[in-house]
Design a protein around this ligand. Structure first.
Ligand code: ZN
Length: 387
């Protein structure tokens, strides 16, 4: 029986002192990541030599001998961080080989480095604390309270725990579980990976080159709404006719949100059935990037969609990764070059020869950022490149 890996994510609640510990762990891992990047960068730029994961991993013991703070951290978790860098380089070299001119992997600031991975049983464990509660133990942080909003499936083995802090400061533990598919009660999501860029004109662009259109009935309902609202204005305040006209407006509003909800349910179900890994923009970091009015109208809907998606993904073990949205529409998915685009420019047309729909390009960047954030057990098929 083929086994599958599914990710179960739980919100965890570190105490104030533990948050400090987690912050230090993240800072040290980030320091290691950036230092390892520096080494690879220098070697590549100065001598054209590429340094491997095992070269860097072999240096870990020496580093820990002179750095007490790093020595106190879990060894294999540090290796996971080096692997994460290795993955960034692997995709860099893959692109170089393909004749592209990709952007060199970058140093990570605090807001771009929010996760640490632990191999299960090594510096991390699900166990019972002194008060009889089931907690997650993380080396360097301690026993953290977990909200077990759904049970761990019986018979699944925990392979890894990823600790992450999102842009709102919430902490999560994502457990990578391995078991025969039937162990996961709700069935499993698809195997593909996808990045999603939400738009105004179209509902979304997917990194496989397809689009999800806004349903037509939205526009029709919105026209009816505008008309009904115009009927309210000329009525005298607190008159019966005004009251009636207002009721019409309220009914149309309710109708529209019902239609939108149905649409969000359909789209999220379809995506989860098709993909095991979905990268989307993080609404909270996205804020400043776009026009404000259109954005606020739009984001209300997007937030609902994301909550449906997350909820469905969770039952199916599909992973939803929220990524920073800054610059997604200005970066070339092929070569990594950034260039400003006017809002009216609908096509991404890079000197490197990469030419595609602007939103498709953005969705590929979102997918790449999502993949870079995830270093858990490998998933199956990578997303097909956009045409
Ligand atoms: Zn390019």
């Amino acid at each position: 029986m083929a086994e599958v890996v599914r990710n179960y994510r739980y919100r965890v609640y570190p105490r104030a002192a533990q948050r400090g510990g987690l912050g230090r762990v993240l800072d040290l891992h980030r320091e290691l990541y950036n230092a390892a990047l520096q080494e690879r960068r220098d070697a590549y730029r100065k001598c054209g030599v590429s340094i491997s994961y095992s070269d860097q991993s072999a240096q870990l013991r020496g580093i820990r001998a002179v750095r007490d703070d790093l020595a106190a951290l879990n060894f294999s978790a540090l290796q996971q961080t080096l692997r994460r860098l290795n993955k960034a380089f692997a995709s860099f070299f893959r692109r170089v080989k393909a004749g592209q001119a990709p952007g060199f992997p970058r140093f990570k600031g605090r807001d771009r480095f929010r996760t640490v991975n632990f191999v299960y049983g090594d510096g991390c464990k699900v166990r019972t604390d002194a008060r009889g509660r089931r907690v997650v133990y993380i080396q360097g942080v301690g026993e953290i309270k977990v909200k077990w909003h759904r049970p761990l499936p019986e018979g699944a083995r925990i392979k890894q725990i990823q600790l992450s802090v999102d842009s709102r400061g919430r902490t999560f533990a994502t457990l990578a579980l391995q078991a025969p598919a039937e162990v996961f009660a709700h069935g499993v999501g698809g195997a593909g990976e996808v990045g999603i860029d939400v738009g105004l004109e179209k509902f979304a662009a997917l990194s496989d080159g397809t689009f999800i259109e806004n349903p037509r009935f939205f526009r029709a309902s919105e026209e009816r709404l505008a008309e009904a609202q115009r009927a309210v204005a000329p009525r005298r305040r607190s008159s019966r006719r005004r009251h009636k006209a207002q009721q019409v407006v309220a009914r149309i509003h309710a109708k529209i949100s019902e239609q939108r909800r149905d649409f969000h349910h359909q789209v999220s179900a379809r995506l989860v059935a098709e993909y095991g890994f979905i990268a989307v923009e993080d609404l909270n970091i996205r804020g400043l990037a776009r026009g404000r009015l259109a954005k606020s109208v739009h984001d209300a809907g997007w937030a609902e969609f994301i909550s449906f998606l997350t909820y469905k993904a969770e039952s199916a073990g599909t992973r939803v990764e929220e990524v920073a949205a800054a610059g997604t529409s200005q970066t070339c998915p092929e070569c990594g070059t950034t260039a400003k685009k006017e809002l009216s420019e609908r096509t991404h047309d890079c000197p490197c020869g990469c030419r595609m729909d602007r939103d498709t390009a953005a969705s590929l960047i979102i997918l790449a950022r999502g993949q870079a954030a995830w270093t858990g057990p490998p998933r199956m098929a990578p997303a097909p490149a956009a045409a």
